[in-house]
Design a protein around this ligand. Structure first.
Ligand code: SAM
Length: 224
């Protein structure tokens, strides 16, 4: 199994646990820091059937037809060319092999709020719109020569978040590649976007808590 953009190995480690000695897992990421954390997590979990490799998920250097399962959790929309990445990933699969990925679907909690605030100040953070509905996910996998097994939209969290925490999440998230547009804008615009975000969150708060609905499209597809 190959976990593309594995991060700290959340999916890779779970699958490695389930497979035990019956299978091997590779986690691929382009961040050395993420991989160091993933390796520490594997060691702590005493898992020896998982390895983590540094590389670009858009151009993985593995042999074609070498994996039974591919996963890409919370990262497909970070790829610069999603159709090309999916075609590449299809080539890595053995016939009958499956790929599973999730993509954000509106409303997307605090990050949607930040993206709207940024757009009001001329910073376009919109991403992932190419895969934010089951219909768009279907089109993407079919264009890549894969067959849909299952696609569903699921609300992953409906718990309101305290306003303070909503602001903290915003500040922490500034280092995320998808928010580069805010980070690289001038100090004045950055401050205006943050203030706008806080104003919008405060305006929606009920008893100090802001609604934070996060919906995802969950897609499973197969190579024939
Ligand atoms: C939101 S995190 C998701 C991590 C993990 N899949 C999870 O669900 O916890 C996105 C990850 O994608 C990685 N990433 C982004 N673009 C990538 C690329 N082109 N190749 C490899 N990894 C990439 C980042 O380094 C980060 O670890």
């Amino acid at each position: 199994m190959l976990d593309l953009a594995t991060g700290t190995g959340l999916v890779a480690l779970q699958v490695a646990k389930i497979l035990g000695s019956s299978g091997r897992v590779i986690g691929l990421d382009n961040s050395a820091g993420m991989l160091a954390a993933a390796r520490r997590n594997a060691e702590a979990a005493e898992l020896s059937n998982v390895q983590f490799e540094l590389g670009d998920a858009e151009k993985p250097s593995f042999d074609a037809i070498s994996f039974d399962r591919l996963f890409c959790a919370s990262a497909l929309v970070l790829m610069s060319n999603i159709p090309s990445a999916l075609r590449c990933w299809r080539d890595l699969l053995k016939p009958g092999g499956t790929i599973a990925f999730d993509t954000p679907s509106k409303p997307f909690g605090f990050s949607q709020r930040a993206s709207d605030a940024a757009l009001r100040h001329g910073v376009d953070l919109r991403y992932g719109e190419v895969a934010d509905t089951p219909g768009k996910c279907r089109a993407l996998v079919e264009q890549a020569g894969l067959e849909v097994v299952n696609i569903r939209r699921e609300v992953a969290s409906v718990a309101p978040i305290a306003l303070d925490q909503m602001i903290e999440m915003y500040d922490e998230r500034l280092d995320h590649p998808a928010w580069r547009g805010i980070k690289e804008s001038g100090a004045g615009i950055r401050a205006a976007i943050r203030a706008d975000y806080i104003r919008s969150a405060s305006g929606d708060a009920i008893d100090g808590a802001v609604p934070n609905e996060i919906a995802l499209c969950l897609t499973i597809a197969q190579k024939r």
